[in-house]
Design a protein around this ligand. Sequence first.
Ligand code: SF4
Length: 328
Amino acid sequence: MDCDKCDREAVMHAAYSGLHLCDEHFRRSVDKRVRRRIREDDLLSSSATPDDPETWLIGLSGGKDSVVLTKLLHDTFEEDPRVELVALTIHEGIEGYRDESLAACEELAADLGIRHEVVTYEEEFDLRMDDVVEKDPENMAACAYCGVFRRDLLSKYAEEFGADKLLTGHNLDDEAETALMNFLEGDVAQTAKHFDASLAPFGERDDEATRSDQDHFVPRAKPLRDVPEKEVALYARLADLPAHITECPHSSEAYRGEIQDLMLSLEDNHPGTRHSIMAGYEQLAALAADEYGAGEGDRELVECERCGASTTRDLCRKCALVDAIEAA
Ligand code: SF4
């Protein structure tokens, strides 16, 4: 099958748009969607100048999403002195998993000439996820611990590096799954927070509404959120990027797995489902955010007495978990 834009051979067919695209036109279309998302979200502040650039911190795990995001941001802003990119990799202490993806991150950052920082749970919290899973003092899934620690470090280092924005590699499938989960769980407050935290354009966000327990606050964005997961994977392969594709051995988001299967089957039978979910969800989330407003009414945030992160308690969730793991 030929490309719909030229006479080269197509490398992909997007059922939701009907388009067949060759390597070059496919990559251009991904690039275009990411640039449009950056524009529509007002990601680059009008006050950024070559003398006073914005710093954008990219959460670089070494998986396909964050690797493709880093490459696209690099290509978009390579010649633009108003943006400085810094990549941050978090090593959770999972045997046989993160070491390889860390090598991929280092290779990519060196290729692109991007500043790359690495932090570890071991150095930060004196723990490794492999041990946390063994001890499991709160009887929770591994990802529930890991997510708390990861969010803490992303926020902490975004602040430490003077980052103006924190960018993650969530793709269209991730976002549509989150939307569907919020809906199926009836979680309107989370829907409102999702809007203010990463869906609304920057000028329209209610930053106070997204401050929560254990967050140091840096605004977030997901520039890949219009690109389906399969296309991110194809981009990584065609661009020969050093992405590391191995599942974490502690991966335990069983409910999300069910939603993923449901979404794939809906998309197969009704191409365009993910796009339509997100189009409707964004409108509903905006209404929910209007209704909930800043701080959901009665939260009073104070500083964690140990680490200084904002919290509604004496100790933030991360410090409380570290204590529980140490005591186990
Ligand atoms: Fe952490 Fe879960 Fe991700 Fe593994 S899958 S790195 S445990 S959040």
